[in-house]
Design a binder for this molecule. Sequence first.
Ligand code: NDP
Length: 312
Amino acid sequence: MTTNVLFLSTPKRWAQYQAPLMRALAATGLDFQLSEDLPPEEVEYIVFAPAGRGVDHDFTRFPRLKAVLSLWAGIETVVDNPTLTVPLARMVDHGLTQGMVEWVTGHVLRHHLGMDAHILGQNGTWNQIAPPLARERRVTILGLGTLGSACGQALASLGFPVTGWSRSAKSVEGITCLHGADGMHQALACADILVLLLPNTPATRDVLNAETLAQLPQGAVVLNPGRGPLVDDEALLAALDSGHLAHATLDTFRVEPLPPEHPFWAHPKVTVTPHIASETRADTAADVIAENIRRGEAGEPLLHLVDRSLGY
Ligand code: NDP
């Protein structure tokens, strides 16, 4: 029996993913058909990374559909799709994880070492102030999943005291793990640098607001490679303008691309990166997709399933 896989994305991504997916699916030993254009009644698995909003897709067109396999780690645009009644898997790809570890570590080190003063502020003054060691700079990560844990462990290995916060109780080597409402207060209070790596769900929206920003230490730095709606933009700008926060480095925004007139672009204490903290890498992600299709065909549980009730 042939397993029919539809690649539902853009022509550009098809060009990137076709060969790696062919290779990875062939390695499973399955007899398969992979195409960006299959008759809907034949489709059994969808590799999903649409150009528009996933919630706008009508999955009832695919009567034999067994699972939707997202190429993205964040699945907030499809998770509420009422026509999606089969399992939804998100992407956990070690290439994606490595990219996020590098982005977070780089931006933490920029602020920790005070690099801007030397890159932007050379004025002939021999101002010999050595930065503190990592052990004196506390980092908190909100979200201790695949990405938050990996970033936290990388920072801990450099000597930063790392605290992480999640919904459920966790234990991650090298990281002080907190959870729940009390845990959040404690996690924020020791965040000289705060990293947001939560998913965008109804429970996490505006998690960084006037009240929670006020719980950060004076002079804290915020990094948001998670999702734009995690942050109340007005409250963040107010905390920067009042001097309570020293800087915000933002990779994700409520509206993307970030409109040219948005105050973040011109704010002296904001660094904008255009949602490039990390991305799924075709060569490594293809193995994850193929493994899930193999599991689906073997009747084994799929990896990285989304809990639709929690939204991640
Ligand atoms: P995971 O699902 O592995 O981890 C999510 C973490 O958030 C878990 O620790 C989870 O807690 C925690 N969490 C979820 N809801 C809550 C809540 N209400 N309160 C407290 N903690 C909560 O996701 P990933 O680590 O793979 O990815 C995280 C996010 O990173 C993605 O959803 C996406 O938005 C973003 N991302 C950004 C990219 C970029 O380039 N900027 C690239 C890829 C991803 P628990 O452990 O208890 O379940």
